[in-house]
Write a protein that binds this ligand. Structure first.
Ligand code: NI
Length: 199
């Protein structure tokens, strides 16, 4: 069984609280990912590809269903923080736009090089530096949507022989490109649920 500290290899961009939220669901994928690295000759890749297809399908559905729900939130409500240390919906979506930008680099570079060293991501500084909270909510929705449509397109056209490219993020031990893609969708689902709740 993998420990909590092992989980951290999947993204210094994620706060510890988020790792706990994501944790349980990640374990099975995690084992597949590590298995691929330790035993490149086994057939773990089939599981990995299936998981990747599944993640792409979930992303496709989200890109159909969530934009109208996001658009139903007013600009004022989207700028409102529910507490001093909480992000407003605009900032959460901004964080997802940052995630899209950072992962776009990984998705492409992972197909162009035998291994990738990807910088980490200081989420609070990034979100504050871009003043997402003062940006028009409809613009953020559109940017998020179109960027993710493209990332979905990239995920569905990724070269099969690149799926195991080791990606190191922020100096952490590397994980396969397929896992970076799957984890990208999980992270997006987590934050969309924060914005939309159970509505
Ligand atoms: Ni996050």
């Amino acid at each position: 069984m993998l420990t909590g500290s092992s989980l951290r290899i999947f993204g210094s961009e994620r706060a510890k609280t988020e790792s706990r939220v994501h944790g349980a669901k990640l374990y099975s994928v995690l084992r597949v990912a590590i298995g691929q690295q330790l035993r490149p000759g086994d057939n773990g890749i089939e599981v990995g590809m299936h998981a990747l297809d599944e993640a792409a399908d979930r992303l496709a559905r989200l890109l159909e269903t969530t934009p109208p729900r996001l658009a139903a939130i007013t600009n004022d409500d989207a700028a409102r923080r529910s507490g001093p240390d909480r992000w407003a919906p605009k900032e959460i979506l901004g964080h997802l736009i940052d995630s899209a930008g950072n992962n776009h680099q990984r998705f492409v570079r992972g197909q162009l090089s035998p291994s990738v060293d990807s910088p980490g991501y200081a989420q609070e500084s990034w979100v504050a530096a871009q003043s997402y909270v003062t940006e028009p909510w409809p613009d953020l929705i559109n940017l998020w949507l179109l960027f993710n449509r493209h990332l979905l397109h990239v995920m569905r056209h990724v070269r099969e022989d690149a799926l195991e490219t080791p990606i190191a993020i922020g100096g952490e031990p590397p994980v396969p490109l397929s896992f970076v893609m799957i984890d990208y969708v999980r992270h997006l689902e987590h934050h969309l649920a924060q914005i939309l709740g159970s509505n």
